[in-house]
Design a binder for this molecule. Structure first.
Ligand code: MG
Length: 396
């Protein structure tokens, strides 16, 4: 199946409330939605969330890379329709072909190509749009390829706002029955923050922390030790991305399970982390890891190595990434925690016709509608787009 048309929507959907962690605070979603049209008229949607402090991509460089590098490859390719093949190889065959072009120098938004770890957000945007398009064309749900093993239980994530604000959020999540909470920490008053949250939610709720690389090896070890009394299930990315041996030092000195997030972008990262014994958990995020195919490959490796996986999300993601994340979380053999599907809890309006956010106790059922399982409203794409780019179609 040939893809004949592509449109990029760089969005700015306002948040209901600002969300902060140690690196940044944001007030709106800056997702890029990729809309592809196949030669049979079927339309599919994918989503990329560019994060300069994660993969090195910015919205501007991501748009350029999609237009100059990915789109020519996608246009030239004849994609295999889904007709009952082995799902994982089929998904991996959708990896957007680029040849040497990952090396193409893109310099936009102040971000030079050399500082890009991988163009994974851009690739994820195209890969998900291809999956959605090709499966819709075949009338098949992604859930038929990746059969769900369970319903999914979502965690609440608590922004690094004031301690009073964090406690307010924790109480709201607890009222909603969420059994798992992740707390963003910054190195300032972490003990007081966790003490207040633990007191507010009681002993039954599972708590974990995410430092977004704000700590040194020494301060990470000290913080994990200080917070251990609050029964923290995992400490995510305490130190910045770097030598896996540094994270291994934190893990070796801490009783708390370390979870790699920004340190885990590529399959090579996963191998290096496992080899170094750097952590006990991986946070898998589709936009960070390059889409379903590459993320499943990392999950495979983790399972073999006895590393726990968590399915994470992007702050401000829309129903598209949330739906893909739901399929992934429902399919994987074992996950420790799952995040995402926050929809209109965070976004003023989400893109799907029917909400896909979770219900009471964080529970959500697998999605069964063809493609990724969301019906995207083009009118909302247009309403919230700060930029709409129709990519040039090459004449064969
Ligand atoms: Mg994280």
């Amino acid at each position: 199946m040939k893809i004949v048309e592509a449109t990029l929507f760089a969005l700015g959907i306002p948040f209901v409330e600002a969300f902060a962690h140690s690196v940044r605070s944001r007030n709106s979603s800056d997702s890029i939605v990729v809309r592809l049209r196949a030669e049979d008229g079927t339309v599919g949607y994918g989503e990329a969330v560019a994060r300069p402090y994660v993969t090195g991509e910015t919205v501007a460089s991501c748009l350029q890379f999609m237009e100059r590098t990915l789109w020519p490859g996608v246009q030239a390719f004849d994609y295999p329709n889904w007709s009952g093949q082995e799902p994982i190889p089929w998904l991996r065959a959708l990896a957007v072909p680029t040849g040497h072009s990952d090396k193409v120098v893109v310099n936009a938004g102040g971000m030079a190509a050399e500082s890009v770890v991988a163009w994974n957000a851009a690739r994820c945007g195209f890969e998900l749009a291809l999956v959605d398009c090709l499966l819709k064309s075949a009338g098949v749900s992604l859930g038929e390829l990746l059969p769900p093993r369970r319903s999914v239980t979502y965690s609440g994530v608590i922004t690094a706002s004031s301690i009073e604000g964090a406690v307010k959020h924790a109480k709201r999540f607890k009222q909603f029955g969420l059994p798992h909470l992740k707390v963003k920490i910054t190195g300032e008053a972490d003990y007081e923050r966790l003490a207040a949250i633990r007191a507010a939610v009681g002993p039954q709720v599972s708590l974990r922390v995410d430092g977004n690389g704000a700590y040194t090896v020494e301060s990470a070890i000290a913080t994990c030790e200080a917070l251990a009394e609050f029964q923290i299930d995992s400490a995510e990315q305490m130190i910045p991305r770097g030598d896996p041996q540094d994270l291994a030092r934190v893990q070796a000195a801490s009783v708390m399970a370390q979870m790699a997030d920004e340190s885990l972008i590529t399959l090579a990262d996963a191998k290096a982390l496992i080899e170094a014994g750097a952590c006990r958990g991986f946070n898998l995020r589709l936009s960070k890891c390059g889409g379903l195919g590459p993320t499943l490959a990392i999950a495979d490796l983790a399972q073999t190595a006895g590393i726990q996986v968590q399915v994470g999300c992007q702050v401000g993601e829309t129903a598209i990434l949330s739906a893909a994340g739901r399929h992934l979380a429902a399919y994987l053999p074992e996950i420790s925690f799952c995040e995402g599907s926050y929809g209109s809890l965070l976004l003023r309006e989400d893109l799907s016709r029917r909400p896909i956010h979770f219900g009471h106790q964080g529970l959500a059922k697998p999605l069964k509608v063809p493609g990724l399982g969301v019906e995207i409203q083009d009118a909302l794409l247009e309403k919230y787009a700060e930029q709409i780019i129709t990519l040039p179609t090459q004449v064969a």
